[in-house]
Each structure stands twice: as structure tokens, then as C-alpha cells.
Write a protein of this length. Structure first.
Length: 702
């Protein structure tokens, strides 16, 4: 490998394609530019460093934007100057993209059989399928954000950018090849329209990071460089090529340090690295040798595609096994391993396939292989017959064996079979994924026993909540609506995490008729909003209450997220807002119960959950608080207690129930009920915790 790194040489068409003269495909007059591979090397290093050391390089993700510009430039140049048909173009894309992609996905599937539990395995199957169909960006756009806490648990998250590129190139050749007379104007129109959409979406605070429509302008910007002759033949750009390249690189590096996830992106901010990349590409002097000729950076540029593909899965797997963020040593280890595997893919997979003489046969074979893998993934996802179970690889540790019965759709919630854990040692946490929740349908559970989806509190379509639909279309709270509600629970995610406990309580069957309306991080206060549109969500709850006379109780629950200075105007606004909420509820003639928030752990309770896969459980270390917790393991909340005291004084008609007493007595605390872990993370309840708390709440109001 070192010899390869030391002695590699470039050929004029190496990065464009290795062409078979017999097939007469991809004959171009495009000269190889090592400065572009240099830029590729810089870009992929930015992305890798951002993923490995996000605090060191908070804006390293802009390396993907640089890739988009390079890709748009090179592909458009090939289409305009390479005399290709559509068939030839797509043949080339297949041979360029699929070998490394298939290798990485098959590698991840092979590792996943041994490492992932059944829920994670299904997620990997779905990510793999979307990757091979080039719609990963759409999948992740529908699921979560690029910077979400759960992002690291998605091993193929980085395939989103490949999805954007290939969606772009499904349409781009038609525009360039068949719109030759108008293509310059059409490209300008695409760039302006896409950029406008990007700016508008960011201004409207929409999550569009993965959207192809707000990314096409970045690829189009590179394309414009080819279509503007004045830019291509500028004497100033040619004479000052190296100076402009150096300035462009500095701007890109500054952006990598200055931009971070707190900035809405892409939008107008992305214009800076995009323009810098454009200036770098057009500043070209074909006569003089470019000073951007560091052989190691150029080599990294050569392997940038497989390096980009493999580094994130390795980071994700490392986090999965260690359950902690990468340290310095682990980070450098990931970088080295990723680079070695990328070099292996480049030399032993990509090069061998490209060197094969018959291009058409190569493309046909890759399509055939891709289809086989796609059919396998579809079968695994749709049939319910998991290869993991067939191979008996998913070894469950005896501490977390789980027996489950899946209710397949009975009409009455009383017929739901709740999975029971059997264990004598470490606690377990069960997941409860609701496939569908409608007023006239029962809950359906699948694959219980996985800690990851114990977050019944989460307001998401994959959890036990559904979109409220016509209740409030504009602001889209999430809710669970019972056809004949007896109790309404309102608030934020801490209202949501009580829902499971209510519908499964064993104290009073009336309270199983529970409806929940709320939105994550939205305090049920008609005062200062904790985030945008929270008051609209709260109004929808009041409207729902007004229309349902069967509701006798309203439980108000939310996470404490107020100013610690209770004398501040902001704190007073929150206090008055809660009082207004209580008064509006009182006018409806219902009994009001305020759930004093559950205690908040200093550390994440997920650390206490044993892994169902033996390979991971054997290397797991449990923190001391898992076995024996005290009040010292919970965060102090003196300001919150003072807030509750004032709220009680101003609203004597409201019943206040303190959940803290359910967890701690005389300084000793427990985060278990028997062997069942009560928390999902540091402040949200698991399904066990939800039932544990709600049963005690109901006992105290009887």
C-alpha cells in the first residue's frame, strides 16, 4: 500500500474514465487536472474531520458543497465536450458509482448481521435500499435532520449527497444534450430558482438540508462555469491562477471553521464556499504547472469517493460498540482505517472494474448485481423473515431475553398484549412502535425488546403519535386521539411520554381513554413561547377539549425549561401564561392536574440498558448510578421548585402531583422498577417508566 501511495502516476483520462477503444465509449478531449483532485482531497478531509472531531472543525460539512460544484463542473464539461449519448453517459455513471457503493453497503450488511439488533438491522436494510435506489436524501429528509442527536446511529447517512447528485443527473443530460440552443439560459434559470428556494426555505426555518431542490443550484453553479465562455477564456484568471486558487482555498477553510450547525444551511450562507469553489475551478492555466500539486493530497482526492463512503459507517459502528463520542486516539484510528479501506476499494475494486475491456458488460453486470441486492433488501423488509434469525447470529444476552406477543389488530385497547421482560440481573427497556394509530384502530406493536424505541414520548410518526390532521394543519402538532376521550394530556414531550402509561394503566379503565395533543419543546403556557407556534398548538388543545364533552380530566405536563431567575420579566411571563392556561381549562368545567416534572438525571440512562446482541453486551461497562442512584445523580432544580410553589399559590383549584417522590425517598433513589429501567434518556420515561408514573398519579387522585 505504501509503495502504491509513493509511486502512483496519473494518466490524462484516469479520473474521467478508463475507456475501451473497442466500445467507442466516452471519448473525450478533456485533459486531466490534478488541481481538481487536490481540491477533492481538501474537501473530503474537511468532511472526515468534521465527522470525527466536530468541535475542531464545526463547518467541515461544507466539503460536500465543494464536491457538488466540482461534480457539476466536470459532468457538464463531459456532456458538452465529450460527444456522448445518453446511454453512454449513464453507462459511465454506473461504472463510476456502483462498484464502491455496492462494496460499502455489502460490507455494512455483513457487519450488521453480527453487530446490530433486530430494530437496527431493519433500519440498516432501509438505509441500504434507499442508498442503492439513490433516494437516501429523501429518506433522511423525512426522518430527521443532519445534525440530530440520532444521526450517528444511521450508518449510511452520508449517502444523502449521492442521492442528490444522481437525482440531478437523471435530468441534467436531457437539458445539456437536447437543449443545446437554450442550455445556458436554462441552467441560469435552474440555478436562480433553486437558490431562491434554498434562501426562502432557510428564511422560513424549514428543515431542507437533504432536499434536492435547494441543492441543485450548487451543482448548477459548477455547470455554469463550463457554459460561460468569458469565464473559460479569461486572461486574468489564467495569469493569476495559483493566487486565486490559494485565496479560494483560504476562504473555504475559513468557512469550515466559521460556519457551524447553529447556522441555517444551505441558504445564502452556502454562497461563500460555493463561489470560492467556482473561482478555484476557473482559475486554470493549462500551460503552467499548478502549485496545487501535493502528491498526498492529490492521492486523497483520487480516493475521495470511497473514503467519503466508508468513513461515516466506521464512525457509526465505533460509536455503537463503545457508546461514547470518539476521543483523539479513537478518532485518528478511524481516519487511518477509513483511509486504508478506501485505498483498498480504489485499487482492488474500482480500478479492476474500470480496467475491464468491455464497458457495456461491466455496466450490465453492475446493474444485475445491484438488482439482486435490492430484491434481497425488499424481501427482508417486506417478508418479516430476517436473515439474522435464520442464521441465529443475533445472540440475545440472558440478561435481556424478551418474550413478546404481537397484537395483530384487535379493536379494543384492552386486548393489547404488552411484552413482558424476563431477567434477574440488568434492567431491560422495551420498545413499543405503533405502526398505525387511528381512533378506530388498536395499537400494533412490533419487535419489542429494543431499547432504542422505548421513547414513547417522542412526537413522531414512527412513535405512538399521529399527525393531528385537521385539528391544526398549519402548525402540525402531533397527537393521539381516542374516539371517546375521558382524559386529555397536553404539553410537550413530557406529556407524550405519559401516553403509554395512561392507555395501559391498571388503576382505572376510564383513564385508558386518553387523548394527547402537544408538540416537542412546547410549554403549555399562553405566555412567552418556548418555540415558534406553541400557542397555536395549545389553542388546538383547548378547541379539542371544547368539542369533547366526555373529557373529565386534563393533565398538564411539560419539561422545565424556564429562566432560573424567577424575578425576570421572562419568568413572570411564563408564570402568568400557565395561569392563563389553567383559567381557560377551568372554564371548560374539567378537573385539572399539573404533573410536577419527573427528575432529570445528570447522565443518560441509556448507558444502563444492556444490549441484546452479545457481542456488544460483552464489552459494555455500566456506570455506578445504574446499580445504585442517589439524589446526587439527579440535577438540582431549586428554581423549578420555587416556580411550582408560586404556581400553586396562584392556582389553588389545580391539583399538583409531584413525581419526584416516586423515584427518591430519604436521599436514596432508583431508576428501576424491579429490573425494568424507568428512563429512556436523562429526562424522558421509558414505557415502563410511563406506566410506573401514571399508575401512581392515578392512585393519588382517587
Amino acid at each position: 500500500m505504501l509503495r502504491t501511495l509513493r509511486d502512483f502516476r496519473f494518466n490524462a483520462t484516469e479520473d474521467i474514465s478508463l475507456v475501451s477503444a473497442k466500445d467507442k465509449i466516452l471519448i473525450t478531449n478533456i485533459a486531466y487536472r490534478q488541481d481538481i483532485d487536490f481540491l477533492r482531497g481538501v474537501s473530503v478531509i474537511l468532511v472526515v474531520l468534521f465527522h470525527v472531531f466536530p468541535k475542531l472543525l464545526p463547518g467541515g460539512f461544507i466539503g460536500v458543497d465543494v464536491f457538488f460544484v466540482i461534480s457539476g463542473y466536470l459532468i457538464t464539461k463531459i456532456l458538452c465536450e465529450g460527444n456522448q449519448t445518453l446511454l453512454e453517459f449513464w453507462t459511465r455513471r454506473i461504472v463510476r458509482i456502483l462498484p464502491a457503493l455496492l462494496f460499502v453497503i455489502l460490507l455494512m450488511l455483513s457487519a450488521g448481521i453480527f453487530i446490530y439488533d433486530s430494530f437496527e438491522w431493519n433500519e440498516l436494510l432501509l438505509e441500504s435500499l434507499s442508498g442503492l435506489l439513490f433516494v437516501s436524501n429523501i429518506l433522511f429528509w423525512l426522518q430527521s435532520g443532519y445534525f440530530d442527536h440520532d444521526a450517528i446511529s444511521k450508518p449510511l447517512l452520508n449517502l444523502w449527497s449521492l442521492g442528490v447528485e444522481e437525482q440531478f443527473y437523471m435530468l441534467w443530460p436531457f437539458l445539456i444534450i437536447y437543449g443545446a440552443q437554450l442550455r445556458k439560459h436554462l441552467v441560469v434559470a435552474v440555478v436562480l430558482l433553486s437558490f431562491s428556494m434554498s434562501c426562502y426555505a432557510i428564511f422560513a426555518e424549514e428543515n431542507v438540508f437533504f432536499s434536492p431542490f435547494v441543492r441543485f443550484w450548487e451543482l448548477g453553479a459548477g455547470a455554469l462555469l463550463v457554459l460561460l465562455p468569458n469565464v473559460q477564456h479569461s486572461n486574468f484568471l489564467r495569469v493569476n491562477a495559483d493566487k486565486i486558487k490559494l485565496i479560494s482555498l483560504l476562504v473555504i477553510l475559513i468557512c469550515a471553521f466559521a460556519i457551524d450547525k447553529s447556522i441555517n444551511y444551505p441558504g445564502i450562507v452556502a454562497l461563500v464556499p460555493i463561489l470560492a469553489s467556482c473561482f478555484y475551478l476557473v482559475a486554470n492555466n493549462p500551460i503552467a504547472e499548478s502549485k496545487m500539486n501535493n502528491r498526498y493530497l492529490i492521492y486523497i482526492g483520487k480516493i475521495s469517493y470511497p473514503l467519503y463512503l466508508i468513513h461515516w459507517p466506521i464512525i457509526s459502528l465505533t460509536f455503537l460498540l463503545t457508546e461514547k463520542q470518539l476521543g483523539i486516539l479513537e478518532g485518528f484510528g478511524v481516519i487511518v482505517i477509513s483511509t486504508l479501506i478506501a485505498a483498498l476499494i480504489f485499487h482492488k475494486v474500482e480500478a479492476r472494474i474500470r480496467n475491464h475491456k468491455n464497458y457495456k458488460m461491466k455496466a450490465a453486470f453492475l446493474i444485475f448485481l445491484n438488482l439482486i441486492v435490492v430484491f434481497f433488501l425488499v424481501f427482508q423488509l417486506s417478508s418479516g423473515v430476517s436473515i439474522k434469525n435464520k442464521m441465529r447470529i443475533n445472540s440475545e444476552d440472558s440478561r435481556s431475553e424478551i418474550n413478546s406477543v404481537v397484537d395483530d389488530g384487535k379493536k379494543d385497547n384492552q386486548n393489547i398484549h404488552i411484552p413482558i421482560a424476563q431477567s434477574n440481573e440488568k434492567p431491560v427497556v422495551e420498545r413499543s412502535t405503533v405502526v398505525e394509530v387511528q381512533p378506530d384502530q388498536s395499537l400494533k406493536f412490533k419487535d419489542p425488546g429494543n431499547f432504542k424505541d422505548a421513547r414513547v414520548w417522542r412526537f413522531a410518526s414512527s412513535g405512538p403519535m399521529i399527525e393531528c390532521g385537521s385539528i391544526l394543519k398549519d402548525d402540525s402538532p402531533t397527537c393521539y386521539l381516542h374516539p371517546d376521550p375521558y382524559v386529555l394530556i397536553i404539553g410537550d414531550s413530557h406529556a407524550g411520554h405519559l401516553q403509554y402509561g395512561f392507555i395501559n394503566n391498571t388503576v382505572d379503565k376510564n383513564f385508558t381513554r386518553a387523548s394527547v395533543i402537544g408538540a416537542g419543546s412546547c410549554q403549555p403556557s399562553f405566555g412567552k413561547e418556548s418555540r415558534k407556534n406553541c400557542q397555536n398548538v395549545l389553542r388546538s388543545s383547548i378547541d379539542y377539549l371544547t368539542k369533547n364533552a366526555s373529557i373529565k380530566y386534563v393533565f398538564v405536563s411539560s419539561h422545565y425549561n424556564f429562566p432560573n431567575d424567577l424575578e425576570s420579566a421572562e419568568a413572570k411571563e411564563f408564570l402568568d401564561g400557565f395561569s392563563t392556561t389553567f383559567q381557560m381549562l377551568r372554564e371548560q368545567g374539567v378537573k385539572i392536574v399539573f404533573v410536577v416534572d419527573t427528575p432529570m438525571l445528570k447522565e443518560n440512562a441509556e448507558q444502563c440498558a444492556p444490549k441484546r446482541v452479545a457481542l456488544r453486551n460483552n464489552v459494555k461497562e455500566y456506570p455506578a448510578f445504574c446499580d445504585k442512584a442517589t439524589t446526587a445523580d439527579f440535577k438540582e432544580r431549586l428554581a423549578y421548585d420555587d416556580f411550582i410553589s408560586r404556581l400553586k399559590t396562584e392556582n389553588p383549584f389545580v391539583t399538583f402531583l409531584n413525581t419526584q417522590n416516586y423515584f427518591c425517598k430519604n436521599g436514596a433513589c432508583s431508576i428501576y422498577d424491579g429490573n425494568k429501567l424507568l428512563f429512556y434518556d436523562d429526562n424522558h420515561l421509558s414505557i415502563y417508566g410511563s406506566k410506573f408514573v401514571v399508575d401512581r398519579l392515578l392512585q393519588n387522585i382517587k
